[in-house]
Design a protein around this ligand. Structure first.
Ligand SMILES: [Zn+2]
Length: 431
């Protein structure tokens, strides 16, 4: 329970990232927020100008204006949840920061309580039936001090809760991760499966669909969420790869839930992956931007300014999805030795193979192989690439990305690229 509550601001992390995330707008919130701020500024300027034009000084008794009514307490406005294989995430969206630190406690072996003093509850917020293997239901209620939310757990476990401050269009939130208890039987089964795969000298591919859960990724043309598109392509790619003799494929994410970037690398390691392919969609404020590009890790800096900006956007996933600070920067500061340089060389080959294969898809223009500091590419021993399939912000490419046939074509091309990589390595191994 020591880590049951803490707080930090997303702003700090964003300043570390230097430039703002150009995509992944929180659904429906950022545009209104910005509009409101702009509107106030404009109104302020108009007020000053009109005083100047009439030459009227502010009335002396302005101080007697009755004081403004105190601001109403912030509200719990929405409860959302996602089921992942190893945890269930509950997110409480708030209209403002909690005036008093929320209290988190186990009220019984299968009852978890969140008390948020001086908070109101929107009438739209009602009890939720979750019904997965970890959480039964969520009961929000109004208490004497504020809002009390009781979470019915399916089994005895200690949830991890944290408060995230609003920033850049994302509302204040309380996040509760309910972890699944360790499952030694499942771990043993996976170990046996991996031993079998390794015996048959298979190439193991970790396919990593970006984003998921409370991180929708870029919201593209007509608000098409990147997270959904890349999951569909990743599943199709897994199917394609499983058809190739000697190849086995795993997904880091098989449903709509959030996984921190470093956890994705951990999963690739757990599957003893030989290569990792992270699937994303590109986004730009310039709606005319189109094309596909494949990235591998840069040890020295991004190929160009746009690549740096795309990497920062993708790296912000942990800020959008929200991870406790302790799980932070261990891999960011990693030192690369000679072996890791070899990994980067192989990553570059894989990127070339994938781009060459994607050239065969007539509807895509290729922007080539590029380098940038994507966090998800930092597994020191696994050659890793990140495919920005197409621009979800471009109307024509968004329509393509949504189309199941196009998704299958992209998956086929990527599988061709993996086969080319395999052949090259079989050749270099036999020489
Ligand atoms: Zn992305």
């Amino acid at each position: 329970m020591r880590r049951s509550s803490w707080r930090w601001t997303l702003k700090d992390d964003r300043e570390r990232l230097k430039t703002p995330r150009p995509h992944s707008v929180w659904p429906g919130l950022r545009p209104q927020g910005r509009g409101l701020r702009t509107g106030l500024t404009v109104c302020g300027v108009v007020a000053v100008l009109s005083l100047g034009m009439t030459g009227t000084a502010a009335p002396r008794d302005a101080a007697r204006t009755p004081p403004r009514a105190p601001r109403p307490a912030p509200e719990l406005v929405r409860i959302r949840f996602w089921t992942a294989p190893d945890h269930t995430r509950l997110v409480f969206d708030l209209s403002g920061p909690p005036p008093v630190e929320p209290q988190f406690r186990l009220a019984g072996p299968t009852s978890y309580e969140i008390s948020i003093p001086k908070m109101r509850k929107s009438i739209a917020v009602t009890s939720e039936f979750v019904g997965d293997s970890l959480v039964a239901d969520i009961f929000p209620s109004v208490s004497d001090s504020g809002v009390l939310v009781r979470v019915g757990l399916k089994q005895a476990t200690t949830p991890l809760a944290f408060v995230l401050a609003a920033a850049d269009g994302i509302p204040d939130r309380i996040v509760i991760d309910v972890p699944a208890p360790p499952n030694p039987q499942a771990d043993l089964k996976l170990e046996q499966q991996l031993t079998e795969i390794k015996k048959s000298k298979r190439l193991v591919v970790a396919i990593d669909p970006g984003h998921g859960g409370d991180d929708t990724g870029a919201l593209g043309y007509r608000r098409l969420p990147e997270a959904d598109v890349v999951l569909a392509i990743a599943k199709k790619l897994r199917w394609e790869l499983e058809q190739i003799s000697g190849v086995s494929a795993f997904l880091t994410r098989a449903g709509d839930y959030f996984i921190p970037l470093r956890k994705r690398i951990e999963l690739a390691r757990k599957y003893q992956a030989d290569i990792m392919i992270s699937i994303h969609c590109n986004a730009s404020r310039n709606r005319d931007a189109t094309g596909t590009e494949v990235y591998f890790l840069s040890l020295t800096g991004a190929t160009d300014e746009a690549s740096r900006s795309f990497a920062e956007a993708e790296n912000a996933a942990d800020l959008i999805g929200g991870v406790p600070r302790e799980t932070g920067d261990d891999l960011l500061g990693i030192l690369f030795d000679l072996k890791q340089n070899d990994t980067v060389r192989r990553s570059s080959e894989l990127a070339e193979n994938l781009v060459d294969a994607l050239r065969d898809e007539d509807r895509l223009s290729t922007r080539g192989v590029k380098q940038a500091g994507f966090v998800v590419l930092k597994a020191p021993e696994i050659p890793s690439v990140l495919v920005e399939t197409a621009f979800i912000s471009n109307p024509r490419e968004a329509a393509m990305l949504k189309d199941a046939q196009f998704q299958s074509k992209v998956a086929e091309r990527l599988a061709d690229g993996v086969q080319a990589y395999m052949k090259n390595h079989a050749r270099s191994a036999s020489n």
